[in-house]
Write a protein that binds this ligand. Structure first.
Ligand code: FMN
Ligand code: ADP
Length: 324
């Protein structure tokens, strides 16, 4: 089980020694996981814990909101992915005015050394920290020499085929084009959006394809409008029965993203998933994750419902092939 601290003050005294990896970790892609893997190796050698230090939001949302991109994953998704990558603890720092104004030295003394007892710190080469971005890997290294921890700057992880640096921006660009296969190669897993199933316009059943509609506040970057093959992972209604069984069920699914332009009554982009070969499910109120594995086609405004249904019949055949 991973331990999550939402404030440095929550870290118990004497928690260290720890090997700390710091970053935004948006998407927890293969580059991020290379940093975590290195931290695990170092921690094993030093008899220390592995801690990921990250932020509750993109620092840009406070510093330069006009430049702040849509996150690839929500905070809770990120914590789950860091846990899956093998960290022992995650420290989530609230990126507010106070943290943004903290001098680099204070950040290191109070959080890395004071709270976490860091013996080694790993960062990417573009890491900046402290007031006005005054801290960089060089500053961190000198503070480490003075205060007694090692600093490792992890070089770029490159995509095997393209030779380009793996980055959250690249994943975002691919998803914005609907290239969920390309995104999955960089992430090392299918991209996913997570939310609660809400009531839609009750048209799905009439069309022969009931769809679980995700709430508008779903976490995770929404890929380009279109139809996709993927999976719906049902995490249950979060009630006592589910907690007791802890059961998570993964279903094959045909996924639709868009405003359903055949109809002109859906104001917002919507993510919906039809679970193949199931008719009696009741997913309302359940927390689900929708995973995107292949793109089938773009969204189409059909003139008439029979044309939409005929196309959906064909989509299901192609989704089945993509998932086989
Ligand atoms: C496999 C699949 C393909 C879809 N393709 C389209 C499409 O091309 N155009 C469109 O307007 N809606 C499309 N939809 C969305 C349907 O219009 C939507 O699921 C239906 O209206 C039910 O909406 P409801 O859940 O709000 O009742 C698609 C849905 C699925 C599951
Ligand atoms: N195969 C299935 N895939 C997705 N949802 C299903 C399926 N079978 C039954 N359901 C249930 O039906 C609901 C979707 O039916 P639909 O007529 O599209 O209504 P809504 O417009 O409220 O989404 C889902 O939220 C889920 O509870």
């Amino acid at each position: 089980m991973v331990t999550v601290f939402r404030d440095p003050a929550e870290v118990p005294p004497g928690f260290g020694p720890s090997v700390v990896a710091i970053g935004k970790f948006d998407g927890v892609h293969s580059g991020h996981r290379a940093v975590i893997d290195r931290a695990r190796v170092d921690a094993a050698a030093l008899g220390a814990r592995v801690v990921a230090v990250t932020f509750d939001r993109n620092p840009l949302s406070l510093l330069r909101p006009e430049l702040c991109p849509q996150p690839l994953v929500g905070l809770e998704q990120k914590i789950g992915l860091l846990a899956a990558a093998g960290v022992d603890a995650v420290l989530v720092l609230r990126f507010d005015d106070e943290l943004a104004a903290l001098p680099a030295r204070t950040f290191v003394e109070s959080i890395l050394v004071g709270a976490l007892g860091a013996v080694a710190v790993l960062v990417g080469d573009d890491f900046r920290f402290g007031r006005g971005g005054e801290g960089d890997p060089g500053v961190l290294t000198r503070l480490g020499e003075e205060l007694g921890f090692d600093v490792a700057v992890i070089g770029d992880v490159r995509a095997r085929d393209a030779g380009r640096r793996v980055s959250s921006t690249w994943v975002r660009d691919l998803l914005a084009e609907g290239d969920v296969e390309g995104a999955a190669r960089l992430l090392g897993r299918p991209h996913a959006v997570e939310g609660v199933v809400v009531h839609g316009l009750k048209r799905g059943r009439e069309l022969g394809y009931p769809t679980a509609n995700l709430s508008a506040d779903a976490a995770g970057f929404i890929p380009a409008d279109g139809v996709y093959a993927g999976w719906l992972v049902d995490q249950g209604a979060g009630d006592a029965a589910d907690a007791a069984t802890g059961s998570v069920i993964r279903y094959p699914a045909a996924i639709s993203v868009g405003t359903n332009p055949t109809f002109d009554d859906v104001p917002q982009r919507q993510i919906e998933a039809y679970v193949l070969d199931e008719t009696g499910l009741d997913l309302y109120g359940h927390r689900v994750e929708v995973r995107f594995t292949a793109r089938i086609r773009g969204m189409v405004a059909f003139t008439g419902i029979p044309a939409l249904i005929a196309q959906m019949d064909d989509d299901i055949v192609r989704v089945r092939e993509a998932l086989a």
